[in-house]
Design a protein around this ligand. Structure first.
Ligand code: GLU
Length: 467
């Protein structure tokens, strides 16, 4: 059996007509290339296609087609063996018409400027859709955090903060966790910034970053927020379309923060996690797995592989315990029939081939931009309803906003207040998207962009263009 791992996408362009950008004229005007596999171009193309439908003025389309600022830094870090590594870091500030730039910091060996640009643009759209008063930004460092020892990770973080400190700030640009970073990284981030900040700003400078540990001003509910926001959206849309969460069968691609929290919260509502896959392998249990135990297994072993293989009662003939699961291949994972498929790993994972394997009714994007344009066409052709990332994964930034508000007021909310406020933002964003879908007769992704652009274009119309 082929070992199942998360591998690079294999999309090959179909025909010129199918891969041509709908916003190609804007790309030409701005001197941008036409590479159909480029995530940034794919993202902006989808945004501008929605902008055309909404009749967003041309000058606003070209503003949104490029980020306001692209900051690229190189900084040396001393490793534990005494050697030095030169790290490459990015902070992209896409748009701040609605408020300070906002978005996570990613640590990953494959981070590129164009990926960060795409993710920053998605943050602009996401914040506008859920109506939190932030713009969009994103950052990254091109390193593999898994191979770094704890204090190496700390030194990378501190040097990165020092390198970008002049460009961020509690009311200007507010980073947060993303792939490869967590609350501990945010703690180092806040501490470093606080040490660098001028004496007058020091007391308030912890607001420069969200997703902090609770003891350092983080919010309760932030860690699970992205997964919870996804479940809030799914709970708003699916039962109303005749698919209750109780007994619903789902699978997740990825079992990190977003995938595992989405799975745990779906299971709390009676849904069944029947398959999941990450970089260590793919597993399956037709009766449903214990999402909580699986999350513990991942913390202990680093991934989903091997879950339940030693659990009491598990047999190779398929008589699994609730905790158990059997290993399956990558292809078997994608072909597992489910009601809901949740891609919650990296971007561009679901290409044409994998989209063709997926057997589901609903597809809720937990990761940012997990679906290539050709993958999306296949899913739509197969009748799959795509609930787009800027809607489904906006819960993280929404609770980041709540954290920032609590920090500003020096208060701590209880979990009920955080959860219910998050729920209101998510439900309203889902309804806004559905309204746009019906009004403009478009797919959910285009609808989400339209609902988001509606707010941004109104604000631009009021502000006008300086001077
Ligand atoms: N990195 C998360 C995202 O992509 C959260 C960003 C934030 O909280 O600012 O939405």
């Amino acid at each position: 059996m082929a070992k199942a791992t998360i591998t690079a996408p294999t999309d090959a362009p179909e025909t010129v007509a199918e891969t041509a950008f709908r916003a190609g004229h804007v790309f030409d005007e701005l001197g941008m290339a036409h590479d159909p596999n480029n995530l940034y171009l794919q993202t902006i193309d989808a945004v501008l296609s929605a902008a055309e439908i909404l009749e967003v003025p041309h000058h606003l389309q070209i503003i949104l087609a490029q980020p306001k600022n692209e900051i690229m830094v190189h900084f040396p870090v001393r490793m534990n063996d005494g050697s030095y590594t030169l790290c490459k870091g990015y902070r992209v500030q896409h748009n701040n018409a609605l408020g300070p730039y906002k978005g996570g910091i990613r640590y990953h060996p494959d981070v590129t400027l164009d990926d960060v640009k795409a993710l920053a643009a998605l943050m602009t759209m996401k914040c506008s859709l859920v109506r939190v008063p932030f713009g969009g930004g994103k950052g990254g460092v091109k390193i593999d955090p898994r191979v770094l020892a704890g204090d190496e990770l700390m030194r990378v973080t501190r040097r990165f903060v020092a390198a970008i400190a002049a460009h961020i700030g509690p009311d200007h640009d507010i980073p947060a966790p993303d792939v490869g970073t967590n609350a501990q990284v945010m703690a180092w981030f806040a501490d470093t910034y606080q040490n660098i900040a001028g004496i007058k700003d020091r007391h308030d400078s912890v607001r420069v970053v969200t997703g902090k540990p609770i003891e350092m001003g983080g919010s309760v509910g932030r860690e699970k927020a992205t997964g919870q926001g996804l479940v809030d959206v799914v709970a708003e849309i699916l039962p109303a379309e005749g698919l209750p969460l109780e007994g619903l069968r789902f699978s997740t691609l990825g079992y990190g923060n977003v995938g595992s929290w989405a799975a745990r919260l779906m299971c709390e509502r009676g849904a069944k996690l029947v398959a999941t896959m990450d970089h260590t392998g793919a597993i399956f249990n037709d009766k449903g797995m214990d999402a909580e135990l699986l999350a513990e297994h991942c913390v202990e072993t680093g991934g989903v592989a091997g879950f339940g293989s030693t659990a009491a009662g598990h047999t190779k003939t398929g008589a699994h315990t609730q905790a158990g699961a059997e290993a399956i291949s990558e292809e078997e994972f994608y072909k597992t029939k489910v009601d809901l498929f949740i891609p919650a790993a990296l971007e561009q994972m679901i290409d044409q081939e994998r989209a063709g394997w997926i057997d589901c009714k609903y597809y809720a994007e937990g990761a940012n931009a997990p679906t290539t344009p050709t993958g999306e066409r296949v899913l739509i052709k197969n009748g799959v309803e795509i609930l787009p990332a800027i809607l489904c994964n906006a819960g993280g930034v929404t609770v980041s906003y709540l954290e920032w508000v609590q920090n500003k007021q020096n208060v701590s909310w209880d979990i009920e207040r955080v959860d219910s406020t998050l729920n209101k933002h998510m439900v309203l964003a889902a309804r806004r998207t559905q309204l746009a879908k019906h009004r403009y007769e478009v797919d959910m992704r285009t609808a989400a962009y339209i609902a988001s652009l509606d707010q941004i274009s109104k604000v631009y119309a009021m502000r006008g263009i300086f001077p």
